[in-house]
Every structure is written in C-alpha cells, then in structure tokens.
Write a protein that binds this ligand. Sequence first.
Ligand SMILES: C[S@@+](CC[C@H](N)C(=O)[O-])C[C@H]1O[C@@H](n2cnc3c(N)ncnc32)[C@H](O)[C@@H]1O
Length: 266
Amino acid sequence: MANETKSYFQQKGTVISWWYPESEREPLHEHYEEQLRWVLAQANWQGARVADIGTGKGRFAIACARQGAKVYALDIAPEMLDEAGRAAKRAGARVRFVRGDAENLPYPDRFFDIVLCMETIMHVPHPEQLVREVARIVRPGGLVIMSMTNKYRINALLRLPEELYRRLRPAKSEAPRYMWSYSVPQFRRFLHQAGLDIQTLHGQGLLQANARLRLGRKLSVAAFPRPFALWFFAKVEPPLRETFLRGVMGTVMAVARPTPTSPAKR
Ligand SMILES: C[S@@+](CC[C@H](N)C(=O)[O-])C[C@H]1O[C@@H](n2cnc3c(N)ncnc32)[C@H](O)[C@@H]1O
C-alpha cells in the first residue's frame, strides 16, 4: 500500500490532474487564496530559513521567497516540481526545489526556522512519521504550520449516503488509495505525539462552494448557491474560524512550536 501510494504520486498525470488551487476555475479558489493570506500573516518571513514539504506547484514556497525567506521545497512528484520551478521562475523567486519523500526528509535536524506542510498529510501512508520528520527539522523555538482536509467537514457529511452505498457495494478500483482524512482530535494527537505544541488551530470553509448533495451515482446538486457560499465565507465565517465549529470546517490549519522539553528529539 505505502509503495503503491508513493508510486501513484510519481506517475505522470495523477496529482496534477486534480490539484490546481491557482486556477480561478477551481471552485475553492477563494478558499485557497484566503489560506495563503492567513499563512503569510503568521510569521515574519524576512531572512527565515523555511521548508515547504509537499510543495506541489510551489504556491507557499514562492510566496514566502517573495517575502524574503530562504526557501527549500520538497515534493515526491516530478511533474509538480517542474510546474513549481516554472512558476518560481515566472515570479522571479529563488527556491531550492528537491524531489523527496515527506516521510524521510533529506534535511538535517533543527535546520529550519519555519516548516510548512500544507495539504499533504492526507496523502502519505504514515502521517505520524511525516509529522515526526517535520518536528525533527524545525529548530527549538521555531514554527511549524501544517494543514489538513478535515474528515468531518460538512462537504463530507453531505456525501454520507453515497459513502454508505459505496461501502455496501465496493467498486473494483485500479487506483491505489492516495487520500486519508483525519478529525481535528486526530490531527492534534499527531502533532502532540511528535513533540509539537499547538498554539493556534484555525478552520476554513464551513459551507464550501463546492459542496454537493449526492442523490445517486451520477446525480448531485450544489448544496449552496455559489454566491451565497462565497458571501458566507467572506462575511459570516471569519469570527467562527477559531471556535469549536472548525471541527466541521473543510480545512484545518495548525500553528505549532516544538515543546521545549520534547522527549521525541531533544
Ligand atoms: C494537495 S497537494 C498540496 C500542495 C501544496 N502544499 C499546496 O498546498 O498547494 C499535495 C502534494 O503532496 C505531494 N506528496 C504526496 N505524497 C508525498 C510524499 N510522500 N512526499 C512528498 N510529497 C508528497 C503531492 O505530490 C502533492 O504535490
């Protein structure tokens, strides 16, 4: 399973076919833009040594480099790294890209001031190992910013009838599993066990613009009219993002620091 998942990401036409947060045609484009703004507001990037693990097309790596950070970005997918390299060039941003596995990082212990790992923990077979690696490479007093897709997001709850049907009548599938999602308590546990203290836990996307109510295999309807979902996201949701409601929001982001006495590595 682990090798199959990793091979999937290294093949052409896989992740690149479904991950395009930069596109205005992506239904969650505004969500991803807001996520980027929020992350950039969490630290002073000028002169910081930053790792971006699972960089994808480099949207965070490039933005941080443009704020003056020295950025090292890693991904397992050669195709994504090619895209990221081209995007960095277009943006005039210097980023040191490398191909590698997030579960076995090629960086020394305590090397980085800030480690980012955005929207990636759901794609590795051993999430605890990824978080241990992230905790290993951040310096004492440094910062970790990590995000995940929430298992109990409202979108997923709307798909429960379909999911139930799928479990009762599993279809034969050729594709290996490449996505696992976690609840907020599981996410907290991963960070805590790796010796990271969560300082902020921030949710985004209560009523997501891409939420669909599935009525059958091929039939689904938008759960919320898009203009309403966007208005809600921009005007109603912001004060709720650090309340208990983040437990059912689409994305959850944690800002954490190494525990001063962490037995895991110090
Ligand atoms: C959903 S994308 C997120 C990309 C980027 N962080 C962002 O938020 O735009 C997940 C990325 O994780 C990468 N990935 C999956 N498994 C990986 C692994 N074992 N090691 C490193 N990167 C991995 C994928 O190739 C993909 O680029």
